[in-house]
Design a protein. Sequence first.
Length: 240
Amino acid sequence: MKNVLTILTVLLSFNILSAQDQIQTQNGSFTIHLIGHGTLYLEYKGTIIHIDPWSKLTDYSQLPDADYIFITHQHGDHLDNKAISKIIKEDTKIFAPKVCDAVLSDFKNVSYLKNGDSFKTTFGSIDAVPAYNIQHMRDDQTPFHPKGQGNGYVFTIDGSTVYIAGDTENIPEMRDLKGVYIAFLPMNLPYTMTPEMVANASDMLQPKILYPYHFGNTDTNVLLDLLKDSDIDIRIRDMQ
């Protein structure tokens, strides 16, 4: 009994019992595991795709090893070598923007992607897309996320398109993303978007399912009210 209680305590303490959503596709389904903040992983036919693993949120030694790891940008809540080291295996492939190269230098099988890069994998296609600030700036008037440094990612898995925006605002390039089925949009001031910006991004993208994520203390009810007349399935999860 002591061992069972100890394991349960660890699971609860590290949020390993994260929310899971099953998404139906043309020929089956995939699972989204929502860990928290900007961190999640996808599971499709035995393939594990981790996005922005962060060891502050969970015990990565208890999670499945990664076949693929995608990093959106270099900030510590998105690029965490400790978390990566717990889920990496001999053939794990890591993808990140070039700004992450110094931090990822100890790992092999790392590919650096720039905005506009596109390729196919064993589970589908990947597009690296822009992620940056237009309005929100640091005290020295430089953007929190400069244009061209970070990536968002568009995964097409068995005909279903999943857009993981990374740290960005409602940038005009979102209008170019067609057929988005699921969108993960950040909503955390001062670094990313206000609820009004997320609502505008949703108008541009027209996803079927919207997950506001990386939302900190932002009141998600504001977004729900802004989009109350839309047909978007807005899913609020524990993704502060």
